[in-house]
Design a protein around this ligand. Sequence first.
Ligand code: ADP
Ligand code: GN1
Ligand code: MG
Length: 365
Amino acid sequence: MTMETQFDYIDILSHFALDGEPKSCFRYGEGHINDTFKVTMQEADGEKHYILQRINHNLFRDVEKLMHNIELVTSFCRESVIKRGGDPLRECLTLIRTKEDAAYYFDGANYFRVYVFIEGATSYQSVRTERDFYESAVAFWNFANLLSEFDASRLYEVLPNFHNTKVRYRNFLSAVEKDVCGRAKEVEHEIEWVKAHSSLCGKLVDAIASGEIPLRVTHNDTKLNNVMLDDATGKGIAVIDLDTVMPGSLCYDFGDSIRFGCNTAAEDEPDLEKVHFDLGLYKVYLKGYLSAVGEGITEAEKKALPLGAVMMTYECGMRFLTDYLEGDTYFKTHREKHNLDRAHTQFKLVDEMLASFSQMEEAAR
Ligand code: ADP
Ligand code: GN1
Ligand code: MG
């Protein structure tokens, strides 16, 4: 047991079908949901790395169903990578099964899973170069395109209404009403901002419900740090974080990448002077996306891409504020008012996106 992991990683790893001895286990990455660790194993032919995750079962209440989805999606991706002659250990997530041949291990209190570590590639926390962002767009589209051949009826909807902004808004109003931490007074201004923009809520949800925009199987969490870019070629090689692969819209996936990548500062930057929506980067991502898409999307979807960006940013800001009101129980926080700082950046981005919305639309035509 180490302070770093707060669980006995050697014991946990002993339940997985791994060869060799564990050498180290350190917290890794910047995900907001699961506890992620990089493990080094000493194996017969040298050191090997793995990702060990303690699954957030506060959020994923039914880990069996979550892992059923992950098994289906990862096997499907693996087959397609093999078919095209790629390297499945680098181009998709590979689960290491337990010695009992299960996809995860439950130690009586927590659920764990292990993935092969994708070597020679990086998941970036912010856009370093335009090329990276362009390549991430191509990779996310390729993943969406791949999923179009996947039988969605086999998946459980593990987080129902994940991007149903109307439901998110109702949850937000309920958090304001309950005000369990007594924080609502302090964020009156932010609450008013969300309410003033509430006419946005139905825009995509209603178009999907009416069939105007098709429902597909999508990733639903397409921020830059959920794609691995090859260190040698710069190409997007693997889309990771598959917990939210569920029915959704391409506009959500496009929009979430824009929300995260077109911010001139970090998602949690406390100094709002540094936070701007970068229209130039938006155009870079759009270009990468549309160059890969070809005939793959409908006119209605294409037209709604800019709206997807506004919606995902508005919704995410509202989710951060809701979590702040509820006492920071959903997203990992590392400092006081962390969720509030995150909400502020999203609201500022929405204001700036709306101010340049006609240019965003023009570029998508
Ligand atoms: P969360 O759901 O908390 O966001 P992720 O599954 O996205 O967790 O993992 C968090 C981070 O760990 C990722 O952003 C990435 O940097 C890293 N990571 C996850 N899986 C792998 C992998 N198989 N190989 C290399 N890095 C990984
Ligand atoms: C979470 O898991 P991660 O950090 O990649 C969240 C997304 C949010 C994002 C905001 C399952 O993504 O929906 O958009 O934080 N994932 C889940 O950064 O809720
Ligand atoms: Mg992630």
